[in-house]
Design a protein around this ligand. Sequence first.
Ligand SMILES: *Cc1c(COP(=O)(O)O)cnc(C)c1O
Length: 348
Amino acid sequence: MNKPVDLRSDTVTRPTAGMRAAMAAAPLGDDVFGDDPSVNALQEKIAGMLGFEAALFVPTGTQSNLCGILSHCQRGDEYIVGQMQHCYRWEGGGAAVFGSVQPQPLEHQPDGSLALADIEAAIKPDDPHFARTRLLALENTLGGKVLPIAYLQQASALARSRGLATHLDGARLFNAAVSQAAASGTDARSEARRIAGLFDSVSVCFSKGLGAPVGSALCGTREFVARARRIRKMAGGAMRQSGMLAAGAAYALDHHVERLAEDHALARRLAEGLAGIEGVQMEAPQTNILFVDLTGPARERSAGLIPALANEGVLATGLYRLRFATHLDVDAAGIDRAVATVRSYLRA
Ligand SMILES: *Cc1c(COP(=O)(O)O)cnc(C)c1O
């Protein structure tokens, strides 16, 4: 039996032997008392890397965004956000449910951005009819797309000029940074810092392509992070000997940032392999996520494709639009098996 190829998400990675060793060796305390040295070290490390005063380690990216939005906004405030962003669409409406903060969702442009004119038009005047527009939340990467740095500069300048705070859901910030570094011949860590520097707060996931089992960090000013800490407590996210988890995340920051380029290369390999199969349409992947649209007869037979892939040990999601995510537990042989299976299923 071939090794399974799990392309459903980059969340499925298992910690490597080196990461497990770092987790097992982590010095521990009680983070609710603020004395877990491994949590404190991770928070200082990610804040320093991204150029912030402080950071907060949280169990999930969902909680990180929730703590971020609720630290920027009060009851009756609103945040401007994209229709497809995680912190609008995929978090159970948490900001509205737990914080009475209203989202103002906008349609995305084809490159994943929100048009500046749409943002401008969505900002409400100070009038008792309206919720108070307080925050612009963006996401990078969005569906694997890298928002252009020039756009981020303009969007953040617009928000600032209108008195809005800015939050970046950077669950995959380092994928964006690695891609940008490859295009501009710089290094990923300075690109990550350049992107993060345009926002008042940034959330980063360690459990996606970085390969840690659990955890995200929310970065901002010391005062912002102190507010977020209260919300994390209310949300039930203040953990105790969480240094074991933080050590895995710190290991990922030391060892798994630059290697994201390998995941991007595998996504390109997958796209190149699938190109030319009849009924398969896609845009070239910019990072580690590939969406594949099925058309014509291929679309009619799409319901059987995911099961046929699973039969060969290849896992993916979707129906007419398939989604494949590459990560550190996938190799070229696995990608080639995925290509061969799609080809033989659609040809049969
Ligand atoms: C995965 C993800 C999150 C958070 O996910 P959790 O499963 O809650 O850790 C947030 N934003 C984006 C863009 C994501 O991809």
